[in-house]
Design a protein around this ligand. Structure first.
Ligand SMILES: Nc1nc2c(c(=O)[nH]1)N[C@H]1C(S)=C(S)[C@@H](COP(=O)(O)O)O[C@H]1N2
Ligand SMILES: [Mo]
Length: 311
């Protein structure tokens, strides 16, 4: 009798440990089960959810980049069982504040496939009820994106590839998927590198996804001051961009090509938040700066090269 009680206790303990391991940010598991969290917890909970006998269209996929316009109710989305997932996302905003989001929802890729996305489709725009929208090039949406569980430590250790989803349950400041609460559809996607500022793309209250064949533009080149050439000792180089708050400037000083995974970021903060973080680069001797601008909705800028020599 006493022995079997001990056994039950041990099994319960093991179960508790297994559960707690399964919900951390670094221990993602696909979740096709819709957790039933109390709706009252959500800040912006869905108002019209669960009406008997059908709901209003909730999400529309449209545009000249899809073969057919598709409309979904929330129930339609939730019933796409093979296309549902849950994940933990690391993200950085324009301040820059680093944090984690968990979310559960439908794979954007599956919605686009079901709408018959065309080969020529190049831009995907996520539109919210409040007029907010964000455009992503097809490469930005379909390229590999990651969740970095060691984001706060500035490390890529434990990085996991995560999909773009439209989530109907989510929560920020946690890595625990079981804490997600119902809310209006929200776009969640991973980062391309630790510096990738993706929180602005976490569109809240998505009502339409527009798929367009129009070519996305390309960001303009990064600029440098003073002009390349001989500079006085003690001078430092200021990089800038005509649309600086829409882009991150990635740069190298060793002659290698900048890229979003390994390069430094010149402007970690938007100019209207903490401009003092966007520091001019000291030059010491001979230096070659290579810089490019990266931002949502347009292709990466050409790489600009600036060579300086201290006189
Ligand atoms: N619909 C909508 N979504 C939005 C925004 C917005 O103004 N409207 N702001 C974006 C920006 S810039 C940020 S940093 C985050 C803020 O999310 P939070 O309010 O959950 O912190 O939402 C993003 N999604
Ligand atoms: Mo933001």
């Amino acid at each position: 009798m006493k022995k079997s009680l001990k056994m039950i206790g041990a099994v319960a303990l093991l179960l508790a440990i297994a559960l707690s391991l399964a919900i951390g940010c670094s221990q993602q598991k696909p979740a096709t089960d819709a957790a039933k969290s109390p709706e009252s917890l959500a800040g912006d909970a869905v108002q019209s959810e669960g009406k008997a006998g059908g709901e209003q269209p909730y999400l529309t996929i449209r545009g000249d980049g899809v073969k057919r316009e598709s409309q979904y109710t929330l129930e339609d989305l939730k019933s796409m069982e093979d296309s549902l997932t849950g994940a933990c996302y690391s993200t950085v905003n324009n301040w820059p504040v680093k944090k984690f989001f968990v979310g559960r929802g439908v794979l954007v890729d599956q919605l686009l496939q079901k709408a018959g996305i065309k080969e020529e489709a190049q831009t995907i725009v996520f539109k919210a009820a409040d007029g907010y929208k964000i455009a992503l090039t097809r490469e930005q949406l379909e390229g590999k994106r990651f969740s970095y569980p060691a984001l706060l430590q500035g490390s890529t250790q434990g990085a996991q590839e995560v999909p773009a989803i439209l989530a109907w349950e989510y929560r920020e400041d946690t890595g625990d998927l079981s804490e997600a609460v119902p809310g209006k559809l929200r776009l969640l996607l991973g980062q391309q590198g630790l510096h990738d500022v993706v929180t602005a793309a976490y569109v809240k209250g998505v009502i339409a996804v527009e798929v367009l064949t129009a070519a996305p533009g390309q960001w303009e080149a990064v600029q440098a001051r003073p002009a390349p050439g001989p500079v006085k000792r003690g001078m430092s180089i200021e990089l800038s961009h005509p649309e600086q708050d829409q882009v991150r400037i990635y740069y190298t000083t060793n002659g290698s090509m900048p890229d979003v995974y390994d390069s430094m970021v010149y402007n970690p903060s938007a100019t209207y938040f903490q401009p003092e973080l966007n520091k001019p680069l000291p030059v010491d001797g001979l230096v070659t700066i290579k810089a490019m601008a990266v931002g949502f909705g347009k292709r990466d800028s050409p790489v600009a090269t600036f060579e300086y020599e201290v006189r």
